[in-house]
Design a protein around this ligand. Structure first.
Ligand SMILES: [Zn+2]
Length: 312
């Protein structure tokens, strides 16, 4: 696989120097309030006349834009929910079959509709690294979980490296910080001022730090800084999980992850290991809102090895 990991890490290290050192002044209470305000399990949230967030129980968020009897999706849920999702989006106002599907990254919670959409001959867009991950099997080192590659018909049939634009004015771009994986993308709907960001941002609990496919704690900080340049005070930001967020939430999250990043990298520099990092409870003051941080801390610490160790 042609991942230019070494160069990427050097760029990330350079980029992070500025990002992690930046101080933000959003009070922590602002973020805590939002994190607690989980919406009732409404299936479809309308963001504008033609833009919706579809949340099936237990599934990740799907953003759907309808119009002209067809639908654009940002993420497609898991395979077991694919039929139900297709039914819901065809029933949206001006809805219909899916004509375009974005994969914000390769995880099965996002790519479960690829096969249906691919078989229908429609467009599946992903960043090139995500396309590559979907052509190969992946095994997570930390728990042995195995993910099979997608069949050819289900793989993204349109990939890009940096940015792109659809005829309808919708723009999309790579999030090169490797926050969640090394193939994360965002999709921006300018008329509605809605930014869909997949699992680059978690709106509900601690995120998975998938360092197996490039994600890392420094990338989370970097991406949260980057997203602030794409959003304004009115932008509604749709994360992979949880409620719709605002720029204020993103700023508060950036501050929180920056604090955790600093604590973990300090421990790494002192020669500590992941078990010691977990024992030190570096997420302590955030756990009441975010949930137990042990798993997140362990993965985050391991992710530092990939990016900050001298031989990385
Ligand atoms: Zn994910």
């Amino acid at each position: 696989m042609a991942h230019d990991a070494h160069t990427r890490r050097q760029i990330l290290k350079a980029a992070l120097g500025g990002a992690a050192g930046m101080l933000l002044s959003t009070p922590r209470g602002a973020f805590a309030a939002t994190a607690q305000a989980q919406p009732a399990p409404a299936v479809t949230q309308q963001l504008s006349d033609d833009l919706f967030v579809v949340s099936l129980p237990g599934e990740s968020n799907v953003v759907a834009q309808s119009g002209g009897g067809g639908v654009l999706l940002v993420d497609g849920g898991s395979a077991k929910a694919a039929d139900a999702l297709m039914k819901i989006v065809s029933g949206l106002p001006a809805g219909g079959p899916v004509h375009t599907l974005f994969n914000t990254h390769w995880h099965p919670e996002q790519t479960g509709s690829n096969e249906l959409v691919g078989k229908a001959g429609k467009t599946i867009i992903a960043q090139e690294n995500t396309r590559l991950w979907l052509t190969t099997d992946v095994t997570w080192s930390w728990n042995g979980q195995h993910f099979k590659h997608l069949p050819k018909i289900a793989q993204p049939n349109k990939s890009f490296y940096t940015t792109g634009k659809l005829d309808a004015g919708v723009s999309y771009g790579y999030v090169p910080d490797a926050a969640h994986t090394d193939g994360d993308l965002y999709v921006y709907f300018p008329r509605q001022n809605v930014l869909a960001v997949g699992d680059v941002v978690s709106g509900q609990g601690w995120p998975v730090v998938d360092w197996q496919t490039g994600g890392w704690i420094g990338g989370i900080v970097g991406a949260l800084q980057r997203l602030q340049t794409l959003a304004n005070d009115e932008t509604r930001i749709v994360p992979g999980r949880g409620p719709v967020l605002s720029l204020k939430d993103i700023k508060a999250q950036a501050q929180m992850y920056s604090t955790i990043y600093d604590r973990l990298s300090t421990m790494l520099n002192k020669g500590r290991g992941p078990t010691e990092a977990v024992a030190a409870q570096p997420t302590k003051e955030f756990d009441a809102q975010m949930g137990n941080g042990d798993e997140f801390v362990r993965r985050s610490f391991e992710s530092l090895w990939a990016y900050l160790s001298p031989d990385a």
